[in-house]
Design a protein around this ligand. Sequence first.
Ligand SMILES: [Fe+2]
Ligand SMILES: [Fe+2]
Length: 482
Amino acid sequence: MNIAQVDYDGLIPNNVGLGQDPRVKRALEKWHPGYIDWWKEMGPEGFQESLVYLRTAVSVDPKGWAKFDYVRMPEYRWGVLLAPQHEGRKIPFGVHKGEDAWQEVPGEYRAMLRRLIVIQGDTEPASVEQQRHLGKTAPSLYDLRNLFQVNVEEGRHLWAMVYLLQKYFGADGREEAEALLQRRSGHADTPRMLGAFNEKTPDWLSFFMFTYFTDRDGKMQLEALAQSGFDPLSRTCRFMLTEEAHHMFVGETGVTRVVQRTCEAMKEAGITDPNNIEAVRKLGVIDLPTIQKKANMHFSLTLDLFGNEISTNAANAFHAGLKGRYREDRLKDDHQLEGATYPVLRLIDGKIQNADTPALSALNMRLRDDYVVDANIGVGRWNKVIAEHGIPFEIKLPHVAFHRHIGEFASIKADVNGNLLSEAEWEKRRGEFLPSDSDREFIEGLMQPQFEPAKFASWIAPPRVGIDNKPGDFEYVKIADA
Ligand SMILES: [Fe+2]
Ligand SMILES: [Fe+2]
C-alpha cells in the first residue's frame, strides 16, 4: 500500500496496515469506546452536536495532507498516521549510533521506552481537559474553530501514542492505554503526570499563551523523540509535528491579535502610557503589563516540563538511542557526547552562574535552551506590533530562574530578571510578576462569547487571513446546542 495514503474504510483510519494486523486492530477497537466516552465527558463542553469546520488528515504527504469539512467532533476520524519509513535508516546517536534503526522494541530498553511514550501520551488528553470550558466564551467563531481543531488533534496524538503502546508493549501497553483515559487534569487523586498539565486554562489569553508556550514544549519533545532509534516512534512524532505547527500558530497569532487590538485602542484613545492600566482597561482591551504577566506565568510553568537541568534519565535515554537532541540530525559532533561538556545555569554559592557539566547529564538543559531561543522568535513579532503603534513597551521572557517548581531554582525565589529575593520580598512583589486576583477578574469579565460570523470580541483583532482561505464572514462553527 502507498504509505502516503490513509485507509479510511475501517473504524480507525490508518496508514499502518491495521487491516492486516488483527491483534492490534482488535485492541484499538476495544479501546475506542472508552476514548469516545472520555471525549464526551472531558472534551469541549457544550459543542458536541455542533458542526465544526475541521481539517482531517487524509495523507501524510507534507504537500497536501489535510482536507477541510464540517464535522461533529465526536464523529471526527481520529486515526493512526505515521510518516513514511526511510529505507535503511540508522540509529542517529548514542551507543548504538550507526546500527539499523529498531523496528521492534529493543528488550533492554523496553521500560525506558514505554515511559517516554506514556509521558508524551499523557500530555495530549490533558490539554483537552484543561481547555474544555473555553468554547462558551470564544471571542469569535474563527477562534472557536481553532480551539476545537487543536483539541481533536491532541485527541489524535493520544491515539498515536496508544497505537505504539498497543502494538509494541503487549499487556502492559494495554494497561497504560487504559490509564491514559483514567487520569484527569487537576484531579486531586489521579492527576496528569506533569505539573503544567494540571493547571487551569481559565480564559482565552491563557489559551493563546498555552498554545504558544506549552505546545512549543510539545514540539521540542516531539523533535527529540522524532530522532529516536526506535523507528515507529520517530515516524509517529514526525507526523505529529506537522499538526503541532498549527497549535503554535494559534498561540502566536492569538497573542499578536490581542496585542494589536490593545495598541489600536490605545492609539484611538490617545493613551501613550502603557502603564496607565485603568485607562486602558476602560477601553475593553487587555493592558500590556497584564499580557506580560500572563507570559511570565505560562513561560515559567512550561520550563518546568523540561525536568531537572541535570538528569540521569535524560542521559540514559540519549545513550540508549531513544531520545535525541533538538534537530540531532543537523548537529555537527560525534552524537555520543561521552567526554563532552555543556554549560548549565546553576545556583552556586548563592549566585546564578554557568557551570560546565557532562553533556550527557545536561540534555534537559540543552533542550530547554533550544526552547527558549525558539520561544523568543514570536515574542519579537509581538513587540514589532507594539513598536509599530509607537508605544514604549516591550514584552520580555522572564529569567529561567523565575517562578520555578522543578530543578535548580525550585528552592529559591527570583524576580523576572533573575535577582534573588527573600520569601517575604517575593510575597510582597508577586503581583508585579504574575496575574493577581484582580487581573484575573478583569480578564474574566472580558470573556463574553461572540458567535456571530465576522464579529470579534472587543479585546482581540480579527485574523489577517481565514482558515483554508475562507472569507471573513465564514461560519466556522454551526452551533447546535451551546
Ligand atoms: Fe499534541
Ligand atoms: Fe499541540
